[in-house]
Design a protein around this ligand. Sequence first.
Ligand code: T4K
Length: 375
Amino acid sequence: MSKESVYVTRPSLPPLADMLPYLEKIWQTGILTNGGPMHQELELALARYLNVPYISLFSNATIALITAFKALHLSGEVITTPYSFVATSHALMWNQITPVFVDIDPLTLNLNPDLIEAAITDKTTAILPVHCYGIPCNIEAIQAIADKHGLKVIYDAAHAFSVRQGQRSILSAGDLSVLSFHATKVFNTFEGGAIVSPDEASKRHIDHLKNFGFVDEVSVVEIGINGKMNEFQAAVGLLQLQRVDAAIQSRAEIDRYYREQLANVKGISFLHTPADWSSNFSYFPIEIGSEFPVSRDALYHHFKQHDIHPRRYFYPLIPEFEMYRHLASANIANLPEAKKVSERVLCLPIYPDMPREVQQKIVSLILALAQGAEA
Ligand code: T4K
């Protein structure tokens, strides 16, 4: 990665000097992992900040998803979205659960609740929606279907750190929600993740599962895994938390700039913004329609020639990957909205402290193409 290159994101980092006292403490105490003091402090601080009842920290969101399915004893089939990062479905496969892909709502780009019931079979045990780009799913409609059919709901909330609808955190929806704290996310601990639980018993169970199934020194009650976040990650998290509001604010300003500058470009549209939504501005996806002079892919390559690297999240669709193609629900003909969107969306670079000149360069490349200045 050269310094001049512009990537879809650039991770926020706490000042190195602020990190040193935390490192000294780790070195002094010799407590490196296994639910140490910083881990405990971060769990409490995050639960407070996110306004959620209970949270369990993990080494990353993929392991957290795998553990969440195990905690809820899921099996058989789980209904999910084709339009996500591949980890969403991979985590099901690691539990020998078959993903059943259902098309997305073209407005929110999330699992379309109107299509879920038709995909339920006697093997279905849960619904796994994703709040894609932090845009909330239709939580009420999904819960109503789950309640009617006795299904669990696990939200892949990897993009949804701190997102609220009205006054309510969307992370409290469903049975469990899973967050990612990967380097590329709004709040990062280098690698990391978490499960949000509704009650103490669920949290305790998840905490046992992420520690091999140990409940005390000599008792292992379940086949657990090692999903623990270590003290270094937790220290990073504690420092990041002090700055995350400012980081989101800085993202909001870039979001506003892009929207203003690109508002009247024919063939470029922005994503739906629900009225009572408080976004974390984690991504800036634009949809490139047929009225724009070049295709999404041509625009993507044009940017690359200028050493700007937006991303085609999420292309290809998960069901287009080789290991999913054999599934009946992976037939792309039944997923027309997801297919269309995966060929049209481009996520523009957005990250705190992104220089205004870089934002201007990105905008001017798009405007020049729109005005036919560059073929
Ligand atoms: N569910 C959903 C819906 C997800 O989106 C994800 C992850 C997960 C589950 C699983 O969460 P984790 O198990 O990862 O916690 C990235 C991330 O690796 C992945 O976490 C994320 N979603 C996905 C949407 O994006 P890539 O393949 O795009 O990463 P990469 O390495 O190409 O990074 C993108 C750009 O960011 C690079 O071009 C440069 C910049 N970058 C990246 C890293 C890692 C940096 O500047 N510094 C860095 O350290 O997947």
